[in-house]
Each structure stands twice: as C-alpha cells, then as structure tokens.
Design a protein around this ligand. Structure first.
Ligand code: ADP
Length: 213
C-alpha cells in the first residue's frame, strides 16, 4: 500500500500480467472507470460495446451483422464475440494485459475466456471487479445520459424500452457471472455509488492489492 501512483512498469515487470474484467449492469460506470484504470496502469481498455458500435458506424460485415441485435438490446452471439475479443487481445498492445469492459457477458463467454488467454500464449492473472449499483440508480443514470445527450447524441440503444431490455438481459445472462467468479475466488465487489473519484479509489485499491499479492 502507500504510494498513490503505480507506474505502468510495475505492472509489466516480472511475470505479473493482468487482465482486469469489469462486470456490472448497463449504466454502472464501467466505461468511465475502465478508461481511468487504463490511463493509470498503461494497459488498453477493451470495450466490446465501443468496438461493435464502431463496426456498425463503419458498416463492416460485423457491423451489419450486429446492428439489429444491438438496437434491440439483445446480445451478439458468443461465437461472434469470441472472435472479436480474441483478435483484439492478440494485438501487441495487449501483451502486458488489458481491461475488459463489457466482456464476458454470458456463461459461454466466461468459460472460453481462460482458454482464449492461454491460446494467445501468456499466463495472466485475472481480477474481476463487480460494480454494484442498485437498479433504480442505474435507470436514473441512463435517463440522465439521455437528457444530456439530446436527440443528436443519443445512442440507438438508449431508448427506454431498450434500456429495460438491456437490464433484463443483464440480470438473466450476465449477473450469474458474479457467482461464477466468486467461486473461482477472483472476484471483488465494489460499491458503485458515490463520486467517480471515490469509486475509482475503491477499484484502484483492489487492483494494487492484487498486484502486490
Ligand atoms: P452497456 O451500456 O449496456 O454497458 P455496451 O456499450 O457495453 O452496453 O454494449 C452495447 C451493446 O453491444 C449490448 O447491448 C450488446 O448488444 C452488444 N455487446 C457488447 N458487448 C457484448 C458481449 N460481450 N456479448 C454480446 N453482446 C455484446
């Protein structure tokens, strides 16, 4: 403990290679916190939502395939996601680790993540941080995002009924991963309510403890 800043070199030194998985409902603040962790630890943030939205915007074959699924608030099939994530994690900038924001989201994705990491060829220690945010708060935040963005900046999947569908999908398919990772002993729950700084400090303390452990 002690020092407030851990240099990127501390992360890459020796054999400690870190995969940090952020879990939590839509609107929990995973993206914001992932970006901050990425800046502090010098490992890339991999946001599958952002990657898919970029593919849709660029009308790539992947984008064409996932557009309707995303607009409906449903999940892209596991085999498609596995390919997307494996490609991304195989890039050289992920050699020291990565922060996964939005992946895994299903039991199938979680079960194939460890083998994927081994295929890429590095032994990594992983850490799963679950952002705990009550459902009412999540709905409030997403509605706030809607108002702030106005019509022009609105995400196609931020419509009210789609938000509710995304929450339903989260509860049904993604939330069970909390238990999956709890059983593996690699999961820490983080109180996801408070200021962005407060939440970051909680996450950061856990990451530092993990790196030192
Ligand atoms: P949220 O704001 O709900 O956290 P994201 O920006 O992470 O959402 O993702 C937006 C959409 O992209 C999801 O609703 C889903 O359709 C698709 N998506 C993102 N990550 C995954 C994944 N790991 N598996 C399946 N679909 C995904």
């Amino acid at each position: 403990m002690g020092g407030s800043k851990v240099a990127a070199t501390d992360v890459v030194a020796g054999s400690t290679i870190v995969l940090i998985v952020l879990l939590g409902p839509p609107g929990a603040g995973k993206g914001t916190q992932a970006a901050r962790l990425s800046a502090k630890y010098g490992i890339p943030q991999i946001s599958t939502g952002d990657m898919l939205r970029a593919a849709v915007a660029a009308t790539t074959p992947l984008g064409e395939r996932v557009k309707g699924i995303m607009e409906a608030g449903e999940l892209v099939p596991d085999d498609v996601m596995l390919e997307v994530v494996e490609d991304r994690l195989s890039q050289p900038d992920c050699a020291s680790g990565a922060i996964l924001d939005g992946y895994p989201r299903t039991a199938g994705q979680a079960e194939t993540l460890d083998p994927l990491v081994w295929r890429i060829g590095q032994g990594r220690s992983s850490l799963v941080l679950v952002l705990d945010v009550p459902e009412e708060e999540v709905i409030r935040r997403i509605s706030g995002r809607l108002e702030e963005a106005g019509e022009a900046g609105k995400r196609d999947d931020d419509e009210d009924h789609v938000v509710l569908e995304r929450l339903r999908v989260y509860r049904e398919l993604t939330e069970p991963l909390v238990e999956f990772y709890r059983d593996k002993g690699v999961m820490t729950e983080i109180v996801g309510v408070g200021t962005v700084d407060e939440i970051f400090d909680r996450m950061d303390a856990t990451v530092r403890e993990h790196l030192q452990g």
